[in-house]
Design a protein around this ligand. Sequence first.
Ligand SMILES: [Fe+2]
Length: 405
Amino acid sequence: MKKRGWITLLCAALLLGGLLAVALGQAPARLPGPAAAGEPLTLMVATDLHYLSPALTDGGAFFMQAVERGDGKLVEYMDQVTDVLADRALELKPDALILTGDLTLNGERQSLVDLAEKLQRVQDGGVPVLLLPGNHDIGSLFACRYEGDTAYLTTNISQGDFRELCAAFGPDRALAADEASFSYVYEAAEDLRLLFLDANAAGSRGKILPETLLWAVQQLKEAREAGAQVLSVTHQNVFPQSQALNKGYVIGNWQEVLALLREGGVRTNLSGHSHFLHRAEEDGFTDYCTEALSVTPLRYALLELDGARRVSYRTESLPLLQEEAAERFDACSRLKLEAAMAALEVPEGEAEAMLDYAVKLNRAYFTGELDGAAAKADPCWALWQTYGGGSFWLDYMESMIEEDA
Ligand SMILES: [Fe+2]
């Protein structure tokens, strides 16, 4: 063929390719394979999104009342917040985006369908998404849609639904997957594996099932034989993060799980569920509890692993709705405190100062910004000690202050 003929053919091929790309949309980026041994890694971590599909609420009276009397989550904005988290992941391009459970508000199937679409966008952009279910996600009895002044039960998420809707976010690309739960092993690098342990399979009641424990022991053994370190990921904490807030926050059989992880050489766990930012350390084992994304200051974590697989953990806030998130959290604390203080005999002139102090303290504790010594020196603390006797709040604040002082 003459030179001109080749050029014509090349142009036609380019034009056809261009037209096809326009017609089909941009092809999804390929997900990266395991990094080489010793290559630094960055994992982006978010938890407790408590995402509610916009199709399930009209933002009416019942819904807003439930939200305003809740635990401080910015539920009505989570559609927007999740989109910004996805954008941030695509901008940062971490080696993976990890979501440690409580993906949905209360286990609505439609919420998971919508969320999965957003997460697919992240994967299509080349960032692997790895997730776990939380205690709110599977078999929930509280999955509702909200209309006017009523809430109606809606389809919840069965274990099968979860597997079907979320298989692409972990199990499909796993080295090994457990049959009894949504637990799996992901090879982040030739020398680093991530062990996702699911304590929220149907019927597990917040415990890791016995068959899953056996499976995990085998996975840890295989990792050791392959010369790979293992970092674990759970929804509930693997040991108590707080003296005051630990009942129901740790995995039901946490002692057994912790012993198994330690024996397997695991030194770092990532968890959520408690909604506050905290790090618990014991004999060289660290559990990083990331704060709920749905709670002020709408934060995610970046976990960096250097060539020797040493871990550094820091957090960043999403740049939106900061005032709204703080106000929501404080308003919810205030409501609970007002109810608790009604049972105390506090002189009228002191009540407002005590209330403001406790609201501020609670937010500082959740966001990991509490200065225990300063809180102890505040005159309002003396007021609480004088008038707060016998209340949950006094014990709770005492444990926060002592923990940090
Ligand atoms: Fe949870």
